[in-house]
Design a protein around this ligand. Structure first.
Ligand code: C5P
Length: 242
């Protein structure tokens, strides 16, 4: 196993309750590098909800997985960048023109508004899809090959990295090199329940494989003491790469 630097921990605030999200963000702030807001939160609370969490002062990963024609995605990326997210994502399957439009939109908006350019991250193949699902969609390659193909496309189009399963870290790191950002959900500490995550990995294992960000939700937000759970996970990450 290669020596890895310590990945940063992001807590997934998967709730429609704006006050709960702000409370959870405050509770774990000492141990995490930022928070993730996704479709569930955004659909219920909109940009105003995002601004409220951004105002808490922690970096926000806006996980809205844009996938549309280049012009529309560019507009959505401009809006997400202006909200102050430090990282956002688009589906790599949207194609080269869409990916380039997303990267350009993020850079232009950041330059105009004097905020940092958000990392633009690609979603390859959703981990909820298996080889059977890909066949049904007319995709003949095995999931792992399709993930590498889309990550390669994302990298060539200037994206900063991809979201991936912990089981894909090693192959993606080898293929895309040390500077490509790997954002990894599907993490479960040994002491937490798996829930609906099937092919998960512990924070320490994912850290050792070379993840850059670990996205963890319910083991923290569903714990009796979220602050203690986040601190314990941060400790496990530090021990694994220390
Ligand atoms: O609660 P849990 O730790 O399972 O949350 C993981 C987060 O990462 C959720 O927000 C989920 O939507 C997201 N995610 C995932 N698997 C993927 C992509 C995103 O679990 N392949």
């Amino acid at each position: 196993m290669t020596a890895a630097t310590s990945p940063r921990l992001l807590v997934a605030l998967d709730t429609i309750d704006r006050n709960a999200a702000v409370r959870q963000a405050q509770a774990v702030r000492r141990s995490v590098a930022g928070v993730k807001l996704g479709l569930e939160f955004f659909t219920a609370n909109g940009p105003a909800g995002v601004r409220e969490v951004v105002a808490e002062g922690q970096p926000v990963f806006l996980d809205l997985k844009f996938h549309d024609i280049p012009n529309t995605v560019a507009g959505a990326v401009r809006a997400a960048t202006a909200l102050g997210s430090f990282m956002l994502n688009v589906h790599a399957g949207g194609g080269a023109a869409m990916l380039r439009a997303a990267v350009d939109a993020a850079a232009e908006t950041a330059a105009k508004t004097a905020i940092g350019r958000p990392l633009v991250i690609g979603v390859t193949i959703l981990t909820s899809l298996g080889d059977g699902d890909l066949t049904e969609l007319g995709l003949r390659d095995a999931t792992g090959d399709q993930v590498l193909r889309l990550a390669d496309l994302a990298q060539r189009c200037g994206l900063d990295g991809v979201v991936c399963s912990p089981h894909e870290i090693t192959a993606l790191r080898r293929h895309c090199g040390p500077d490509f950002t790997l954002v990894v959900p599907g993490i479960r500490p040994a002491w937490a329940t798996a829930g609906d995550q099937k092919r998960f990995m512990t924070p320490g294992e994912a850290a050792q494989r070379g993840a850059d960000y670990l996205v963890i939700g319910r083991p923290i937000t569903g714990a009796d003491d979220p602050a203690a759970a986040a601190e314990r996970i941060a400790g496990e990450i530090a021990d694994a790469v220390g």
